[in-house]
Each structure stands twice: as C-alpha cells, then as structure tokens.
Design a protein around this ligand. Structure first.
Ligand SMILES: Cc1cc2nc3c(=O)[nH]c(=O)nc-3n(C[C@H](O)[C@H](O)[C@H](O)COP(=O)(O)OP(=O)(O)OC[C@H]3O[C@@H](n4cnc5c(N)ncnc54)[C@H](O)[C@@H]3O)c2cc1C
Ligand SMILES: NC(=O)c1ccc[n+]([C@@H]2O[C@H](COP(=O)([O-])OP(=O)(O)OC[C@H]3O[C@@H](n4cnc5c(N)ncnc54)[C@H](O)[C@@H]3O)[C@@H](O)[C@H]2O)c1
Length: 454
C-alpha cells in the first residue's frame, strides 16, 4: 500500500465535486479527485443534459402538431434517431469523460478512476493507495436509481434513467414506475414519440412536492397526450418473458408492456464509503452538514447526499460555498429559503421556496394568490399549449413571498422573477408597484399578486 500526502481529496466528481476540485487546484492546492465512473456525474451523462435533449425533441414534436391550428398544414413523423445521435455524440461523447478529466488535469488536479473509501479523519483509500489530506476530504458521491421492492423485478431487464438515455429503438409500450420529475419528464417524451405509456404512481398525485394545482394541471395534459396515469397504486409483482413485461398492481390490475422504466426515487451512494471511520452513520440517507457544508473534522459534503434538494444547481451552489471554506475565504454561508426547481415537462412545472402547505406547516400566517395563465392575454394569443398557472404564497405578517409556482410554457424562465422576490424578500407592496410588460407570460404574476387581496 502506497501512502500519499495531498491537500484535498474529492470523493465523487458530480457537478459540484468537479467544480470544487477545479477551483481548489487553480487556487494552488494539491488536489486528488476520485470517481468510480464518469467525471461529471449523473447530470451530463444520464441526467439533466441527455434528458433535456429528449425534452427539446418532444417539445418540437408537440409544436409541429400545434402548428396546423395556428399557421397551416404541418406534419411530423417523429424519429428517435436524431435524439439518440445528439445524446451519444454531442451530450456524452459516447459516455466518455476524457474532456472533463483533461479539464481537471489542466487545472492542476490529479484524477483517479476508482472506488474511494474513507479510512479515518482526512484519510482516503483507493485501490490499495492511501491519501492523507492535509486540508480534508469532500464527499460528492451522489445517488443511483432506487429499485422498489417489487417481487420479481430484480431479475428482469427493466430500465432506469441510465438505460432510458441510451435508447436507440423505441418500444411500443412502456410502464413508468414513479410519477416524480424523472418519471414525468420521460413519460411525456416517450408518449409524444408514439410510445403507449402508463405511469404507475405510488403517491396520490404526480410531482407530489409541487402545489396540488400543478399536479392536477399536469395530469390533464398527460391525459391529452394519451398517457394513462394511475395514482395511489403500487406495482406488487413483475415478470418478464418472451420480450414482454407483466406487472401486477396493488389495485388488482395487470399491465403488460414491452419495457418498464423504474423512476421511483434514488439511493444515496453512502453505503460502503467508510462513514463509520469518521464517526458518521453509514446507514443514513443523508449526511448532515452545517451552513459551510462541513460534515465533521476535515470533512465536507455537497450535492444530493446533503438532502437539500437533488439538483445540479444545488450541487454547484454548495460547491462554491464549500470551496470558500476549504480556502478559508469566508463569505456568505448556505441558505435554503429560495431553492428553485423546474420539471421540464410541457408545460414546465417550476417552483421556488415553500408550497402553501409547507408554509402553513411552518406556522406562517399564509395568504395565497393565483391566476390561470391560459386566461392571460399572452395565454390567449399563445393558444394551443398555453396551459398554465401562477400561484404565490405570502407570509402575510411580513408582507413577503415565501414561495411561488409557475406552470406554463417556459415556466422555469418565468420563475426567475419570483425566485428573486423570494430570495431577496422583496415586499409584496414593492412588487405591486412594478410595471409588467404586456402581453408577456410574466405579466400574469401581477394578477396572482392582486389575487392575494388587500
Ligand atoms: C434523469 C435525471 C434527470 C435530471 N434532471 C435534472 C435537471 O434537469 N436539473 C437539475 O438540476 N437536476 C437534475 N437531475 C439531478 C442531478 O443530476 C443531480 O442532482 C446532480 O447530478 C448532482 O448530483 P451530485 O453532485 O450529488 O452527484 P452525482 O452527479 O450523482 O455524481 C456523483 C459521482 O460520485 C461518484 N461516486 C459515488 N461513489 C463513489 C465512490 N465511493 N468513489 C468514487 N466515486 C464515487 C459517481 O460515480 C458519480 O460520478 C436529474 C437527475 C436524473 C437522474
Ligand atoms: N428537472 C429536474 O430538476 C429533475 C429531473 C429529474 C430528476 N431530478 C431530481 O432527481 C430526483 C429523483 O427523481 P425521481 O423522479 O426518481 O424521484 P422522486 O423521489 O422525486 O419521485 C419518485 C416518485 O416515485 C413514486 N414511487 C416511489 N416508490 C414507488 C413504487 N414502488 N411504485 C410507484 N411509485 C413509486 C413516489 O411516490 C414519487 O412520487 C428528484 O427528486 C429531483 O430532485 C430533477
């Protein structure tokens, strides 16, 4: 076993770990980055980037289909080939991380592909080598797809997101287990490319962490897309024979499909990481961190494993703060009162801060205001595909927004306005004095604010 002394070891190069290692190396630290798979993590190879290329394509299909009622004859015969090619060549360079590795090495970091494990404070083992880190260790190990306890499922060739982004031939039919962001985005994409899709959702509605009104609207759109959505239902047993899946459900129904996509949450990569060697619980689902992302002596954790939101923007946000702490630069610590999130369905479902229920549960004096985007001047002129809503949640005692939801075309972009309002605690009275350009989608925010009452 060889022992090396370095300044910093980063275990797991998800988006945040990669950025932190890059910044630390450029600041002159001796940095070792270890990843057991691809540098960059889930987002560029199996998550955000390839799935958003899929979404872009399915949006194009939907827009062509809408064109005939707006501008004359247009038709499309959807083909998956351009989608698969963009993902393979442009997004992932054939699932090869050479570009990311070179970028880190150019910054001065050492990159190792291998499985890393903590072996005490400031100590990491990788394939027989031991690294002793003077400043410490950063954990950015992320998650993997969770497999629900469905009898018989383990032995079948089911898909997860990692298979779905590598698809080159579309199946005729697909059952999606899970109605969260992954299940919803992919269900709609495949349905718009002609796949018969059924979503089996354990929860009582799609996108459960969003406002109920958003879930309801999305369910209506899914029905128009021909997607069958079963809620409050579990898959109980699975079998695969002769190229077809059979799924038995808790409501007694039996489904058959060519493929099954499991999108039922994530398992944190915390098992077998040696957390017990630094006094942490190896069975925990998240690593508790303070506002500087410190998880213990000479230890930081960032990204999905901190439990503050499994988003690339969260991993990057925390990465910048942890880097400043590693470099002893100070600055602003982490705050989570205005976390934005966007599910890239059509319409996009975007939220920031608290839902109405979360604000009530927090004991706030809540007022809400909402408006139908389709009834706004822009929604009216937009016509087909203009479904949507804006909902704002106010802490009436302080007169500031603590949460907001936008569902609509470019809902994630419209959300930017409300993210500023929640983040900077801009008084509602000030928001009401603004001039909202006509006829924009964001002008609907003015109506939602008016709906709060006097
Ligand atoms: C289908 C899908 C779509 C998504 N879409 C979006 C989106 O549109 N927007 C958004 O903000 N987020 C999206 N996400 C979430 C986003 O991908 C993650 O939040 C993001 O990747 C941040 O994760 P992370 O930094 O915690 O680590 P990850 O990206 O999970 O990377 C962790 C890395 O650690 C490595 N690793 C793990 N254990 C070890 C070990 N012991 N030793 C060495 N290496 C190890 C892994 O190989 C991996 O490379 C999506 C996720 C999925 C699955
Ligand atoms: N656009 C984005 O930002 C984006 C997109 C995709 C994923 N993500 C991130 O990745 C995370 C994981 O996504 P996800 O959709 O897998 O997980 P999730 O935990 O958000 O949703 C999983 C859904 O599956 C359901 N479920 C769980 N077990 C089930 C079972 N046995 N049968 C049927 N349904 C079951 C749950 O009720 C839940 O609604 C998200 O929470 C999100 O943070 C973000």
């Amino acid at each position: 076993m060889t022992q090396h002394e370095v300044d910093l070891v980063v275990i797991g190069a998800g988006p945040g770990g990669e950025a932190l290692a890059n910044g630390a190396a450029k600041a002159g630290l001796e940095v070792v980055v270890v990843d057991r798979h691809l540098v960059g993590g889930e987002c560029p190879y199996y998550g955000c980037i390839p799935t958003k290329m899929m979404v872009r394509a399915s949006d194009a299909v939907a827009e062509v289909r809408r064109a005939s009622s707006l501008a004359g004859d247009a038709s499309i015969v959807p083909s998956w080939a351009p989608v698969a090619t963009r993902i393979d060549e442009d997004a992932t360079t054939h699932w090869d991380d050479t570009i990311a590795v070179d970028r880190l090495q150019d910054a001065g970091a050492t990159v190792r592909h291998g499985v890393a494990r903590l072996a005490g404070v400031g100590t990491v083992e990788v394939d027989g080598d031991t690294y002793v880190a003077r400043r410490g260790v950063v954990l950015n190990t992320g998650t993997r797809p969770a497999v629900p306890p469905v009898e018989g499922l383990e032995g079948t060739p089911f898909w997860t997101n990692r298979d779905a982004v590598r698809v080159t031939e579309l199946p005729g039919s697909l059952v999606v287990i899970g109605g969260g962001p992954i299940g919803c985005e992919l269900a709609q994409v495949f349905a718009r490319f002609g796949v018969r899709v059924t979503v089996v959702q354990h929860g009582s509605r799609l996108l459960e962490v969003n406002e109920p009104e958003a879930s309801e609207l999305l369910a209506q759109v899914f029905a128009e897309d021909g997607i069958r959505v079963l809620t409050s239902v579990d898959a109980t047993r699975a079998a695969y024979a002769d190229g077809a899946f059979t799924l038995e459900l808790s409501n007694g129904e039996r489904l058959t499909a060519d493929k099954v996509l499991v999108a039922a949450g994530r398992t944190p990569n915390l098992d077998d990481l040696g957390l017990e060697t630094v006094g942490l619980d190896p069975t925990a689902r998240t690593i508790p961190v303070d506002e500087w992302l410190r998880a213990g002596e000479k230890l930081w954790a960032i990204g999905d494993v901190t439990g503050h939101g499994a988003f690339t923007h969260m991993s990057m946000y925390q990465s910048a703060i942890a880097l400043r702490d590693v470099l002893e630069q100070g600055g602003e610590p982490a705050r989570y009162h205005a976390v934005p999130h966007v599910t890239f369905t059509d319409p996009e479902v975007a939220g920031v801060g608290m839902t109405e229920q979360a604000a009530r549960d927090a004991g706030l004096n809540v007022r809400t205001g909402s408006t139908d985007l389709a009834q706004s001047s822009r929604g009216f002129t937009h016509g087909p595909g203009g479904h949507g809503l804006v909902k704002v949640v106010e802490d009436a005692d302080r007169g500031v927004l603590v949460g907001a939801t936008v569902v609509g075309p470019a809902g994630g972009e419209i959300l930017g306005f409300l993210a500023v309002a929640v983040h900077a605690e801009v008084p509602v009275a000030t928001l009401r004095t603004m001039i909202y350009a006509y006829p924009t989608f964001h002008r609907a925010i003015e109506s939602a604010l008016a709906d709060l009452g006097d």
